[in-house]
Design a protein around this ligand. Structure first.
Ligand code: PLP
Length: 384
């Protein structure tokens, strides 16, 4: 349960189409820097289906990338210079932090807390903005916490980005697992609370075909941003990818709408798996947030850091999980007791395996000599 990968294959129609696409002569050649127009047009149609028919997105707003990590990399290179700052909620998706650090850009941590369900605060974020801040980068549903940021929270971040003249990057790799949608209405012309909003001035949306389309090995993702910013992104993409994989684009483009029932069914199955996990996880293990591919869970053992607990469970109990420390998180208080959070990836295992893991955790509780936190301490920590 350590890796955030889909546990199922894509529909066989896609695999058949991919085999045929690999024989199409044009797919062996370089293609457009922005990605093939067929997939960009098809993605625009899907975005209207996900975000609402008034979502104002055109194929010129879209570039296709070799996966979403590439989308983040190209976006950051287009937006920021060494010495600039980008705000990331903590715990963070480690590849985002690594990209920034490699490029000499400072990742500024925006702490999130268990008592808020690990949803970040725009108010707290506003205190971290300096003249070097180029962007706030949010991931929702989040990796590693699984937290789904409510539309009103995204609106408050959009307002902050608008008022402070910076970019809001939204990585929505797991957006298809929000039931019911839509995840937000930021692609619509200004309405309601968010006045004077022109998404192209501030919003950059990142997407991955790896998760909901179950094709991580075929490396397709996307950046949705203003055509002006896309010009800079193309320059970066020209240097790092030239074009995204062509056979996969060719095969996927006409099939995108036909994936809708498949995506809906896998989102429902994943929701049920989260329910199974919640129902079977033995107390006093405690879920802090859940959504998308992940659950963020606090272990109950006193004086043991999350890394020690994960190492022990992997080596002795055959349960492989990732400790919060891998995601930059050791709060609150930096004490061992604060470092008790663990990411469970629930997407790539069966319901039966989920039950089995929970059984093993129960057995561990019953047989281990490790001391438990008292209920009172647990509650204090929760609200502290
Ligand atoms: C939040 C987030 N963004 C991006 C990625 C990478 O996606 P891709 O396979 O499209 O590069 C992942 C993969 O785990 C992820 O969790």
């Amino acid at each position: 349960m350590s890796q955030g990968v889909p546990g199922i294959n894509p529909p066989s129609e896609f695999l058949d189409a991919l085999a045929r696409s690999s024989l199409v002569e044009s797919t062996v050649k370089y293609g457009s820097l922005a990605g093939d127009i067929g997939l960009r047009t098809a993605l625009q149609v899907e975005m209207k289906s996900v975000y609402g028919q008034n979502a104002d997105v055109t194929p010129d707003d879209i570039s296709v990338t070799t996966g979403c990590n590439m989308a983040f990399f190209a976006t950051i290179m287009a937006l920021a210079d060494p010495g600039d700052e980008v705000i990331l909620p903590l715990p963070w998706y480690f590849n985002n932090e690594m990209t920034l650090t490699m490029l000499g850009i400072k990742p500024v941590p925006l702490p999130t807390y268990p008592h808020d369900g690990f949803v970040p605060s725009a108010e707290l974020c506003s205190t971290l903005i300096t003249e070097r801040t180029k962007a706030i980068a949010l991931v929702t549903p989040n990796n590693p916490t699984g937290a789904i940021y409510p539309p009103e929270v995204l609106t408050s971040f959009a307002k902050l980005a608008r008022d402070r003249g910076i970019a809001l990057i939204l990585d929505e790799t797991y957006r298809d697992y929000i039931i019911p949608g839509p995840p937000h209405s930021l692609f619509s012309p200004s309405s309601g609370e968010l006045t004077d909003w022109d998404w192209r001035r501030h919003l950059i949306h990142l997407f991955s075909f790896s998760k909901s389309y179950c094709i991580p090995g075929h490396r397709l993702g996307a950046v949705v941003a203003s055509p002006e910013l896309q010009q800079h992104i193309y320059t970066v993409l020209d240097c790092i990818q030239i074009c995204p994989p062509r056979a996969a684009q060719h095969a996927l483009a006409p099939l995108l709408p036909s994936f809708r029932p498949f995506i809906h069914a896998s989102a429902m199955a994943l929701k049920e798996r989260h329910d199974v996990f919640r129902a079977h996880l033995p107390e006093p293990w405690h879920i802090g947030a859940q959504g998308g591919f992940f659950a963020f869970v606090r272990h109950p053992y006193k004086g043991r850091g999350s890394t020690e607990v994960c190492k022990h469970l992997a080596e002795e109990w055959g349960i492989v999980l990732l400790p919060a420390a891998f995601f930059g998180y050791s709060a609150p208080g930096d004490s061992l007791d604060g470092d008790r959070w663990i990411r469970f990836a629930v997407a790539n295992v069966s319901d039966e395996k989920i039950r089995m893991v929970c059984e093993r955790l129960k057995e561990h509780l019953a047989t281990s000599a490790w001391e438990l936190h008292s209920h009172r301490q647990v509650l204090n920590r929760d609200h502290g």
